[in-house]
Write a protein that binds this ligand. Structure first.
Ligand SMILES: Cc1cc2nc3c(=O)[nH]c(=O)nc-3n(C[C@H](O)[C@H](O)[C@H](O)COP(=O)(O)O)c2cc1C
Length: 349
């Protein structure tokens, strides 16, 4: 059902816009991060020109300018749709990967987000639905429609039981999700990416996903946008004490990358959860990831406190990320991401 603007019903819309407000309000300063204890090697003898440092990356069949993905953020309200329009255009211009937020509300309301593909015809665009929806009746059909609607290059399935269990209106039945993911991998022609939303994926879960045929993983660890806290803040005062002990649940990124890489040596791993700058992305690559993903930080670049949008600021932020990744590789004496990984192997012998 849609309201008279063609958007999702008022209750869902209000929730989505509250999510945007609460997510934006988090992390206004540069907080500490698990990657702070990781130092890249510094080479005083790089024997390189910064101009020859190559940060191009292949991802889901696309040749990207940098190992960067803007990870999915909610859609389905006028405000969220405007945000997504600017995010996809910025990703297209910068030639990086971009995920949409959950397409469920739009698909169930019978509306389309195909305008996003029109705005970014060449972008590496990843669709999104929830694991609990995938496992429900007609979930696989919903997933196929999500891909078709935006001619997606891949589909992300988000696993967020922590968020859902604290969310007043959340999905509390997570049975059958693992098997549904395996069925989806068999049915879709494009890659399936499985992600958390800020609590992280353990090595054990990553191994089980690989056994279902999943090759793309977004770790989405804790340290950035905290959905448990956001939903806790939306709970009634009577219920808040029930959920308060769970706000800090999950895995930090610095440990999760190595654990996932060990569990699935051949997977494409996106490191995310509170990444702040290109040095964090370079450290993630050093630890074994293939790409860095950012959501909250990108939202804060695009949208101001007064809700005005600043696409030029987002574009500059993406340029800065690339310069920082290139600088980090240069200072480590690495001419490419592959060279950075070779240095790590050499130093760990
Ligand atoms: C406003 C907002 C909405 C989000 N909506 C979704 C969503 O619909 N589906 C999803 O898979 N992840 C969603 N996420 C989670 C992000 O993709 C990401 O995994 C998480 O925020 C951690 O990254 P960060 O710390 O860089 O924000 C959302 C994040 C934000 C900030």
């Amino acid at each position: 059902m849609t309201d008279n603007t063609g958007h999702t019903p008022p209750d869902t819309s209000a929730r989505k816009d509250t999510h945007l407000d609460l997510a934006r309000a988090q992390m206004t300063e540069m907080p500490a991060h698990s990657l702070d204890r990781i130092a890249l090697p510094y080479s005083a003898l790089p024997e390189l020109s910064i101009d020859e440092v190559d940060i191009t990356t292949s991802f889901m069949g696309a040749s990207l300018s940098a190992p960067i993905m803007i990870t999915g953020m909610t859609g389905g309200t006028a405000r969220a749709d405007a945000i997504n329009e600017h995010l996809v255009m910025a990703a297209e211009t910068a030639n990086i990967a971009i995920g949409l937020g959950s397409q469920r509300a739009s698909l169930e309301a019978g509306t389309s987000q195909s305008n996003l593909r029109k705005l970014a015809p060449k972008a590496c665009l990843i669709g999104n639905i929830g694991g609990a929806q995938l496992a429900s009746t007609n979930g696989i059909e919903l997933a196929i429609r999500a891909v078709e609607d935006i001619e997606a290059d891949g589909l992300a399935i988000h696993l967020n039981p922590l968020q859902e269990i604290i969310q007043p209106e959340g999905d509390h039945d997570w049975r059958g999700v693992e098997r549904a993911i395996g069925m989806l991998v068999d049915r879709l022609d494009c890659p399936v990416l499985v992600k958390e939303v800020g609590a992280g994926l353990s090595a054990e879960v990553v191994g089980r996903l690989a056994a279902q045929g999943v090759r793309h993983i977004d770790l989405a660890c804790k340290g950035g946008t905290n959905w448990a806290l956001i939903e806790y803040l939306r709970q009634s005062p009577e219920n808040q004490p029930v959920y308060a002990p769970f706000i800090d649940t999950g895995y930090g990124l610095a440990d999760a990358i190595g654990a996932a890489r060990e569990s699935v040596p051949d997977a494409v791993i996106i490191a995310s959860g509170g990444l702040r700058h290109g040095l964090d992305i370079a450290k993630s690559l050093w630890l074994g990831a293939n790409m860095g993903g950012m959501a909250g930080a990108m939202l804060r670049q695009l949208e101001d406190d007064d809700k005005t949008l600043h696409p030029e600021r987002l574009a500059s932020a993406l340029d800065m990320l690339k310069t920082q990744i290139r600088t980090a590789l240069f200072l480590s004496g690495a001419s490419s991401v592959t060279a950075l990984k070779r240095i790590r192997t050499r130093l760990s012998r």
